[in-house]
Ligand binder design. Structure first.
Ligand code: SAH
Ligand code: SF4
Ligand code: F3S
Length: 487
């Protein structure tokens, strides 16, 4: 991000002349104001101010945090891992209840840091802040929090921070700005990325599927796709900046483009992304089985850049439960899809998400899930204990499964997944594959950690200069979802 460019672009701006809907110009104005405030602060304190962004949840949240960090850095904050920073942000997730409980513990602990550093600011954002009850609880019991905002107005981050630090009337109040409904998509705000060589790219926001257990559509709003031109332009500029791998992000990428004025399919988007020179790898997440098209499968088979990995959440192997979950596919249809994918892309890795203990799940339903895991031959599966989310249809269903039974099923599920993925992983041993070297291994000196196209982690001997490059590595020893290899 070229901060000097931002600076010169906003040099002559009068905020009163910019209407609220004229984003991102308004936000650049607030960034500029905050830069001046920061210069002053640094003089007063005799040191640089630090910020710490804590992220929970999925890739969407991770990407949102990078956008927040981009704004923070353009203001002049220095990033730190310590929660004893001048500005601490929690970007929250609420997909399962235990995430919420953990958050209360974490923000409670910050009180002692704030007592030591009264100038410290604490901001909460993300999916959990879209829930009224959560915000009410924080306003009542966690008065040391400064700002709360939601998933729909992240672009307003600089404005909210400016209000908090510059408006005397807000000094002792919790500033809450959570939108119930989604706004437009704001393009071209600054953004950071964790790795110089790879990046997530939002292609759409929100979700229309309302799976009966899931809170995401309530906290992320309806499905909205970005214009393909904006996506392509973003990826091109990332590639110019050294990125070789992108991960296209959406709750259901297979329905990308349906709500655009000029509709575009996900496969058409991929075809355009494939043309971008210098880009080497394309990943995407998440694919909903109900919308996975033949054209996508066919394209994955012939593309030179789309990685041979698909994350295809199953949730349950019981057609009866899948219907109650509102998933719109049966066990048989799911297995047919898997077969089609494997036929078109023989070396593909398939991963999935599975929930144990959905209301009404019988022993037979659960056994069908175990059965499909065997048949699908997953490379890996993320397993979850069903969590009751207030406001979702499943939360008010009868037959919520007692905790002991769910725990016992969850253990069996985990064992099954371990067994299947170990078998699968062993098959790659001895093969030479291309690995994107990502970081130095902190546990073992002289080792680099990277990822195969199939998204397996590989540790191999090498120096740091390899980071960001794709190199051939022979897989020598399998340890489940990671390998030891040799270049
Ligand atoms: N949009 C993605 C998933 C987003 S949430 C998709 O449809 O695949 C990630 C995973 O969390 C889901 O796939 C599901 O397995 C799990 N999950 C969602 N709600 C849950 C709940 N109430 N209890 C347990 N797991 C849940
Ligand atoms: Fe949740 Fe279903 Fe949407 Fe995924 S597709 S985010 S599981 S409602
Ligand atoms: Fe969590 Fe929100 Fe993602 S609820 S899983 S961070 S969309």
């Amino acid at each position: 991000m070229d901060y000097n460019k931002i600076n010169s672009e906003i040099e002559n701006v009068d905020i009163n002349a910019i209407p609220p809907e004229d984003e991102p110009q308004r936000q650049y104005y607030f960034i500029k104001l905050l830069r001046r405030w920061m210069e002053q602060k640094v003089k007063e304190e005799g040191r640089e101010l630090t910020c710490c962004v804590n992220t929970f949840g999925c890739q969407m949240n991770a990407r949102d945090s990078e956008k927040i960090l981009g704004i923070l850095k353009s203001i002049g904050y220095k990033e730190t891992n310590s929660e004893e920073a001048d500005l601490v942000i929690f970007n929250t997730c609420t997909v399962r209840e235990n995430a919420n409980l953990k958050l209360y513990g974490r923000i409670g602990q910050l009180k002692k840091y704030k007592d030591r550093n009264p100038g410290m600011l604490i901001m909460l954002c993300g999916c959990m802040m879209q829930e009224k009850e959560a915000v009410e609880k924080i306003e009542k019991s966690y008065r040391h929090i400064d700002v709360i905002f939601g998933t729909h107005n992240i672009f307003k981050f600089a404005e909210l921070l400016a209000m908090k630090v510059l408006d005397e009337r807000l000094k002792r109040k919790i500033l809450v700005d959570v939108w119930e409904e989604e706004g437009g998509i704001v393009e071209e705000l600054p953004s950071e990325r964790k790795y110089f060589f790879k990046s997530g790219v939002n292609i759409m926001f929100g979700c229309n599927n309302f799976c009966s257990y899931c809170i995401v559509p309530y906290v992320r709003g309806r499905e909205r796709s970005r214009e393909p031109e904006d996506i392509i332009a973003e990826i091109e500029s990332l590639v110019n900046d050294g990125v070789v791998e992108v991960m296209l992000l959406g709750q259901n990428v297979n329905s990308y483009g349906k709500n655009l004025k000029n509709t575009v399919t996900f496969t058409e988007l991929l075809e355009r992304v494939e043309q971008i020179e210098g880009l080497k790898r394309i990943r995407f997440m998440t694919s909903h089985p109900k919308d996975l098209s033949d054209s996508l499968i066919e394209f994955m088979g012939r593309s030179k850049k789309v990685c041979h990995h698909i994350h295809l959440p199953l949730q349950s192997g019981s057609s009866r439960l899948l219907e109650i979950m509102n998933r719109h596919y049966t066990k048989e249809e799911y297995l047919e899809l898997i077969e089609k994918i494997r036929k078109a892309v023989p070396d593909i890795a398939i991963t999935t998400d599975i929930i144990a203990g959905f209301p009404g799940e019988t022993e037979e339903d659960f056994n069908e899930t175990l059965d499909i895991i065997e048949k699908a031959g997953y490379d890996n599966a993320f397993t979850f204990i069903y969590s009751k989310r207030t406001g979702t249809p499943a939360a008010s269903m009868e037959d919520q499964i007692p905790e002991e039974i769910v725990k016992e099923r969850f253990d069996r599920l985990l064992n099954k997944v371990k067994e299947i993925s170990a078998k699968k992983a062993a098959k790659y041993v001895g093969k030479t594959v291309y690995v994107l070297a990502e970081e130095k291994n902190n546990q073992e000196a002289g080792f680099i950690t990277g990822r195969t196209e199939q998204n397996y982690i590989v540790h191999f001997k090498g120096n740091e200069e390899l980071i960001g490059k794709i190199v051939p590595v022979k897989l020598c020893e399998s340890k489940g979802f990671y390998y030891y290899g040799e270049m």
